[in-house]
Design a protein around this ligand. Sequence first.
Ligand code: URA
Length: 255
Amino acid sequence: MPNQGSVRHPPVRRARRPGEGANLELPFGSAAGPDTAAALVPEHATLALLRPAAACCRACHLWELGTQTVFGEGQPGAKLMLVGEQPGDMEDRQGRPFVGPAGRLLDQALEEIGLDRREVYITNVVKHFKWTPRGTRRLHVTPTAPEITACRPWLDAEVAVVRPEVIVCLGATAAQALIDRSFRVTVSRGELLPSPLARLVMATVHPSSLLRTPDEEQRQEGIRRFTADLAKAAAAVRGEGSSPAREARSGDANQ
Ligand code: URA
């Protein structure tokens, strides 16, 4: 979705080069200041209010590392919400979620199941890019629990405004933040689970993990399963497919 024209963004800073400006030695989440973004979330929030508020977020140290806050994209009322981990290098530069290589794979999968990206709400658990320098590149670093906690009010606010029917967690970070700390994507991917956040929540693999699969045949199989998981979530939005209760019963029968 294009950036909403009526929302004014702060000027986009040039992306920092490795070693420039950002203090990579800072112990994330331990500095003075608010532990979470809760106090920054506007009352009676709309996406148009949340976006500029999140742009000023300094609830953890990641604002110093990233170029800008990468807020979610989509319409309130979108029935399907996709939640990734954190923006990557391209997302950080463009200020939009899932616009890099993982985003292209996601777009292809959505297209294959007949969904336009503009029909879904796409966001991340953490809204700033956390990275470490490697030569001239900025390498992704997994966010810590305090960073995820600090950012969580933004995601909760997005969920409250969008009110999705089904949320799909892309990868373990999102699944462990939204479903259960001990959730294992390898064990429970594709299961539709009731949740306080939405009628159903599901987790699948992160598209980046598919891009990292070196074996072509395995990668294609991974993409096929990923697409099937998204199709199952889309069917659940339409009220088709198995209910969680039915899944639980068929699981019992298989034991
Ligand atoms: N990976 C994510 O988890 N989110 C993005 O926006 C891009 C890559």
